[in-house]
Design a protein. Sequence first.
Length: 185
Amino acid sequence: MLDILSSAYNLDVAIFYFINLSLQNPIFNFIMPLITNIGLYIFWIIICLLIAIFGGEKGRNVALLLIIGLILGHLATELLKYVFMRPRPFTVLQGVHQLGMLNSYSFPSGHAIEVFVACIILGKKYGYLLLFLIIAFLVSFSRVYIGVHYPSDVIIGALIGVGVATLVFHYEDNILKLKNRLIHR
């Protein structure tokens, strides 16, 4: 079992170094820090507000689903970071090309969770799911490129994000019925 874990860790580090060092170039060094900001929860809160204000009834419903998904994703992130306490790659690996700095733990990637939750909900509700998934992938990739996450952090984050979005869709009717009952009291 230890051999499997050791091999998985070594593969994770090898892929990290490939993305973080081998793919370095001036264009990515400029755009990846910008792309990574799409994964910030504040970015998605602003999107929720815009959708709620300008999107009519459908927009308000989608914004509510997004907010619930983002809250669930954030709670999962914080809980798992506390449980696993995995140090960020730039704190334990040598020669990391670091374009980002964080003091929290690495596993799982909160950016990946939040961007996958948001992109799946928006993609399913407004179409263009493939485009939204590409955005989610780019944000997740950027987290490894800028040196703040291992590939496994963003892969597990993406899977959690998909799971949270699926959970929100599973309870969508109940959420919207409850919203309507609260509004019409």
